[in-house]
Design a protein. Structure first.
Lengths: 203, 257
């Protein structure tokens, strides 16, 4: 009897492992957002806007579920193909610093909010889905949507919509202006300068 | 001229000015002088950039310092109360717009929200309705016009008021009139307007700093953000989804499916 039960438990465990590994996009978003919010709420350094703490949090909780190369590549556009490996690395690093600053600005505002997943929608003519959520707390609820796609069987975030604005999509036209003026190196230069100015203004 | 009428007259004049000047700058044959790629949603970019620079200068010189001082001097609790009070007046008009857009259910919810906060929240200074799961869902007349099918039209930067579109500018006078007329007595109209503007600006201090920190060109970042946010609002947070462009990989990206 006990043996049977144990066997059943083992079987159940074996079945549940692959299910966990292929968690649906909405489950993934739910897990990440609640982990991030729980940490942000309880960590005084994050509440104070300590950017290094935010970077550590993003690296630990968010980045594993983000396809950052796709994000950067899409924001840069056709000129990505001509960029060298070194340039691509720099673009990704600077773009990440910029986005983390956006993210940390939002995180410092979090006090007693909760995140509710409202809807998951497939994007027509693609393998992408958009998971819609709402950050609820004091004041008007804030819309927070995630666009995900599957890469090698795993769901990864490729864009985030805050209050009706897709971030990566917004940066596409910002980048296009710089690329038109000074090419890939011009864009890298503009990003480095912006990040430096923001960092010195904060401290 | 009563002081109550003044703000909305000034507003109308400002809008008319922006519109007229905007029209003047798109005389046939005129091309944008800037190196920016022309955005079809922003045919009056040259003029808009000038108004934007003017607004930024005024903000930097007057409004932002006042808002910073206000934030540093007035306790958070009082600022929240001020925000709630004006928010409650705005909620009445939001409820009306929910109904005008045919959203009866959410219209009643907003009506309940106003009733709750007015009766149990000291005339709107407290916000017990949010705790009762009746959160604020703002709607303005520009959004209602959008729901009725009016396209946004060209982007406009209004003097002092900032980003707008032709449609949203058309909705503004009614918005202002509806949220000002019922609650504010003549003698206090100006001081109340000033308090409201300063309080809103104080709430936005962190946001505008962030905007400067993360944009490469603040003007176009704000414009693109404004236009897509308004579009999203007209669709009540669910605009038709567009495909995300990612055709720039060295080889076609590997996808599941």
């Amino acid at each position: 009897m006990l043996k049977k039960l144990l066997a059943a438990a083992c079987l159940g465990l074996m079945l549940s492992v692959p299910v966990l590994a292929q968690a649906g996009p909405d489950a993934l978003v739910k897990r990440i957002s609640s982990e991030v919010i729980d940490t942000a709420k309880t960590d005084p350094a994050i509440q104070a806007g300590n950017i290094d703490k935010v970077i550590a949090l993003v690296d630990a909780k968010v980045m594993p579920s983000v396809n950052f190369e796709v994000m950067t590549r899409s924001a840069v556009g056709p000129q990505w193909r001509q960029a060298s490996a070194d340039q691509r690395g720099k673009l990704q690093a600077e773009f990440k610093t910029l986005l983390v600053r956006v993210y940390s600005g939002a995180l410092t505002q979090i006090k007693d909010q909760t995140v509710e997943i409202t809807k998951t929608q497939p994007v027509p003519q693609s393998t992408q889905v958009v998971v819609q959520s709402e950050v609820r707390g004091k004041g008007e609820p804030i819309k927070l949507d995630y666009r995900l796609d599957q890469y090698d069987g795993a769901w990864k975030i490729i864009d985030v919509n805050v209050g009706g604005i897709w971030l990566v999509t917004s940066y596409r036209s910002q980048f296009a202006t710089e690329l038109g003026k000074g090419g890939i190196d011009g864009l890298i230069g503009a990003l480095v300068e912006r990040n430096k100015a923001a960092a010195s203004g904060k401290s | 001229m009563s002081p109550r009428r003044l703000p909305w007259r000034v507003l109308l004049a400002a809008a008319a000015l922006a519109f007229a000047s905007g029209c003047a700058t798109v005389a046939p044959g005129s091309a944008p002088a800037t190196a920016q790629a022309a955005n079809p949603a922003d045919p009056w970019e040259n003029w808009n950039r000038k108004v934007f620079a003017f607004n930024e200068a005024i903000d930097e010189a007057v409004l932002k310092p006042v808002a910073q001082a206000y934030r540093d001097v007035v306790p958070q609790m009082v600022r929240t109360g001020v925000g709630n009070f004006f928010g409650n007046i705005g909620d009445v008009w939001s409820a009306a717009n929910h109904f005008l857009q045919g959203k009866v259910g959410s219209g009643f919810e907003m009506g309940m929200r106003v009733l709750t906060n007015t009766l149990f929240g000291l005339g709107g200074v407290l916000d017990p309705a949010t705790e009762m799961r009746l959160p604020r869902r703002s709607e303005d007349f520009g959004q209602t016009l959008g729901v009725w099918g009016l396209p946004a039209g060209p982007y406009i930067v209004l003097p002092l008021l900032g980003p707008s579109s032709v449609r949203d500018t058309a909705g503004l006078p009614l918005d202002r009139y509806a949220t000002m007329s019922s609650h504010v007595v003549d003698a206090e109209a100006w001081s109340m307007s000033v308090l409201q503007i300063v309080n809103v600006r104080a709430e936005l201090l962190a946001t505008t700093q962030l905007l400067s920190d993360v944009s490469l060109d603040k003007y176009s970042f704000l414009r693109d953000g404004y236009l897509s946010r308004r579009r999203d609002q007209v669709y009540d947070g669910a605009p038709p989804l567009e495909k995300f462009e990612d055709e720039f990989a060295d080889e076609p990206p590997k996808k599941g499916n």
